[in-house]
Design a binder for this molecule. Structure first.
Ligand SMILES: *[C@@H]1O[C@H](CO)[C@@H](O)[C@H](O)[C@H]1NC(C)=O
Ligand SMILES: *[C@@H]1O[C@H](CO)[C@@H](O)[C@H](O)[C@H]1NC(C)=O
Ligand SMILES: *[C@@H]1O[C@H](CO)[C@@H](O)[C@H](O)[C@H]1NC(C)=O
Ligand SMILES: *[C@@H]1O[C@H](CO)[C@@H](O)[C@H](O)[C@H]1NC(C)=O
Ligand SMILES: *[C@@H]1O[C@H](CO)[C@@H](O)[C@H](O)[C@H]1NC(C)=O
Ligand SMILES: *[C@@H]1O[C@H](CO)[C@@H](O)[C@H](O)[C@H]1NC(C)=O
Length: 628
């Protein structure tokens, strides 16, 4: 051999050797397992969503997950959390995905990343931005060119941020999921999945393991899987895990068994019973799956909270909005505390792999700050210039939230009575016209509400020209199934005694901006002045005894609304339950200055307007009604 080819051969050998040492993560089809750096590997993982946990608590929660014996965490990226308007991106503060990923690496956890673009997650619109609906006939989760254009520009921003964190590139992301439970969506558009596959490959490189997740039935897997994406399944505890995995084998006859969402609990809907799953049952199912050699992700391990307006909804014959708490009856509670379920799971994991040395970090301290009086600042109708500084939009007929570019929260629709109405006449809406609730006022007097899939008419009397206001609330867009284009607001015309109402003033309200700007100012001398029913803002403040511990706030006698503490939107409360308290992370509280509360009550305030801060949550009381 002449010297030149010999040098080349040496170089090649050196490169190969270097290659053997480079980080790798692959499917080993012959041995039905994963291979990490060449060695057989399986993950025991848990889901945590950084968007549902305040940033100051990320480390504590991840540490507890590591100490439970997990070697990985599974993480969704909610597109609508990061791209609030087309081309406007936010990766700062609570949205700092890069810092979250660095923290997981620092704590010794691998990451299974689920960047969507659709994620479900019981998250508003399944993570898709509401602005997609600015084009009303867009076909979401399909190869509709307008949808794909938005997806491509988002993935063009997100995936380059992800790429340095891939395992092959020295990071800790071992695999990346494409779409989510696509087989449960009616479109069944393989061109869409192919487009995503090509985009993920182009942006993330040839080596990263890409996979799909679907329900464990052949029907669900049919439209959710694609050649080139490793097919995994999801299911909860059951008596026969071999049978439960069988559908995965129809699509992946060889390779590791993977349950990407092993349900440790379940979500709650407003107005329905609190969900729970027996810890022993969860532990037994996990043991059975680990016995089979499967890789398992527990959904959820830490559920957390749907702060602000981020909770989603399901549609099963009727609209079912998800609660603010996403406790999920998970092994770590909403407030991040280890539960009996966590210890049962840890014991099972310990039978299969060594547990980390050292004690489980304890529950964070909680404090019952007690009762805080509130005072009505103003009714919403008195505040339109503050809540809608740009002024109203005029339209002969109602426009949707999307048409006026309002994603979340509230829009006020105002018209006038077209004639004198002396005998009660019904204000009516077609059954799907009000999305999702309208609080009705005539001449500023609260009349009651109209509700999606519920009350569709209200009787009114009044004089011609009397202002008729409907404050319409978005309760969260549908996050699962076929009805994904879930428009909000008044979607159809309303009638009064069968006559069409027209000539509307439409006020998109930005309550959050007003609260962030310090309005309304809290009044230290808050007291029990009696307020009349109807949408109104209330304020109060409280001083802590020099601590800033987590707490849970209860709403004695309040009906329904939204709560801010120190300007942070904690989410919706509703006497309907089952959730009766909202989680208030201690990181929001000041140990020294007064803590400022703003509350938007939509229906009826209690005779004594106050809040009660407790040291434990109440998540399981359905249908508690305010006192008369
Ligand atoms: C579990 O399911 C498998 C496959 O369907 C079946 O062969 C096995 O008998 C079942 N085991 C039990 C205990 O029922
Ligand atoms: C409106 O009033 C009519 C006549 O009094 C009554 O029959 C009807 O039930 C009322 N409708 C509602 C929604 O209250
Ligand atoms: C979609 O929503 C409409 C009305 O909102 C309803 O009639 C239909 O049954 C829903 N379809 C599914 C599959 O949930
Ligand atoms: C309301 O009614 C008008 C007149 O019939 C019609 O042009 C318009 O499309 C309707 N609007 C909606 C949202 O149904
Ligand atoms: C609450 O509001 C008061 C008055 O504006 C302000 O001085 C105080 O700093 C606020 N508290 C917090 C924790 O932001
Ligand atoms: C709610 O949960 C608490 C704490 O687990 C329990 O003590 C209580 O009995 C439950 N209440 C209802 C109504 O189920």
């Amino acid at each position: 051999m002449s010297p030149a080819p010999r040098a080349l051969l040496l170089l090649l050998l050196l490169l190969l050797e270097a290659g053997a040492g480079a980080p790798s993560f692959q499917v080993d089809y012959a041995n039905n397992c994963f291979r990490k750096d060449g060695a057989p590997f399986r993950y025991v993982s848990g889901s945590i969503h950084y968007a549902r946990v305040p940033r100051p608590a990320w480390r504590d929660r991840l540490r507890k997950m590591y100490m439970s014996g997990l070697n990985a965490v599974q993480v969704y990226v909610p597109w609508n959390y990061h791209e609030p308007l087309p081309g406007v991106y936010d990766f700062s503060g609570d949205r700092d995905l890069g810092s979250f990923l660095e923290l997981t690496a620092e704590l010794g956890l691998l990451v299974i990343l689920r960047p969507g673009p659709y994620i479900c997650a019981e998250w508003e619109m399944g993570g898709l931005p509401a602005w997609l609906l600015w084009k009303p006939d867009i076909v979401l989760r399909s190869s509709d060119p307008d949808y794909l254009r938005a997806v491509d520009s988002w993935l063009g921003v997100l995936l380059p941020r992800v790429r340095p964190h891939l395992y092959q590139n020295g990071g800790n992301i071992i695999s990346v999921q494409v779409e989510n439970e696509y087989g449960s969506y009616a479109a069944c558009d393989y061109d869409y999945l192919r487009h995503l596959l090509a985009t993920f490959r182009a942006r993330l490189g040839p080596d990263v393991l890409l996979f799909t997740t679907d329900g464990n039935s052949p029907a669900e897997l049919r439209c959710g899987t694609l050649q080139g994406l490793y097919a995994t399944v999801d299911f909860g505890p059951g008596p026969n895990m071999t049978a439960a995995f069988a559908p995965q084998r129809l699509y992946e006859p060889q390779g590791p068994l993977v349950n990407s969402e092993y349900y440790t609990g379940w979500l709650d809907y407003w107005g329905e019973a609190h969900a729970g799953t027996d810890p022993a049952r969860v532990a037994r199912g996990l043991q059975d799956m680990l016995q089979l050699g499967a890789s398992v992700n527990m959904y959820m391990f830490q559920g957390g909270t749907n702060f602000g307006y981020w909770s989603g909804a399901d549609y099963k014959g009727r609209y079912q909005p998800v609660t603010t708490s996403y406790d999920y009856d998970a092994p770590l509670s909403e407030a991040g505390d280890p539960t009996e379920k966590l210890f049962a799971i840890r014991t099972v994991i310990g039978k299969f792999q060594p547990l980390p040395e050292g004690p489980m970090p304890p529950a964070t301290p909680k404090f019952a700050y007690g009762s805080v009086p509130l005072r009505q600042q103003a009714e919403v109708l008195e505040l339109l210039d503050v809540l809608c500084p740009a002024g109203p939009i005029r339209s002969p007929f109602p426009l949707t939230f999307e048409a006026v570019k309002q994603a979340h929260g509230f829009v006020l629709y105002r018209t006038r009575l077209p004639r004198d109405v002396w005998t009660p006449a019904p204000l009516s809406s077609p059954p799907t016209a009000v999305c999702d609730r309208a609080y009705v006022l005539l001449n500023g007097e609260y009349q009651g509400r109209l509700e999606r899939d519920g009350q569709a008419a209200l009787n009114l009397t009044g004089q011609a020209g009397a202002p008729l206001d409907l404050l319409v609330e978005n309760m969260g867009r549908i996050n699962f199934g076929t009805n994904a284009s879930d428009f909000k607001g008044l979607l159809q015309n309303l009638t009064l005694d069968s006559a069409l109402l027209s000539d509307w003033l439409i006020y998109p309200l930005d309550v959050d901006a007003a609260v962030a700007q310090g309005w309304p100012l809290p009044t230290p001398q808050a007291g029990g002045s009696r307020a009349r029913p109807g949408p109104a803002l209330y304020t109060g403040s409280f001083q802590t005894p020099g601590i800033a511990w987590d707490t849970f706030v209860k709403f004695p006698g309040w009906s329904k609304g939204q709560l801010w503490v120190n300007g942070f939107n904690l989410g919706r409360y509703w006497a309907r339950g089952p959730q009766q308290t909202l989680f208030v992370p201690g990181s929001l509280l000041s140990p020294s200055s007064p803590n400022n509360i703003t509350l938007l009550e939509l229906e009826r305030p209690p005779p004594r307007p106050l809040l009660l801060f407790l040291d434990r949550p109440i998540l399981n009381q359905t249908g508690a009604l305010p006192p008369p």
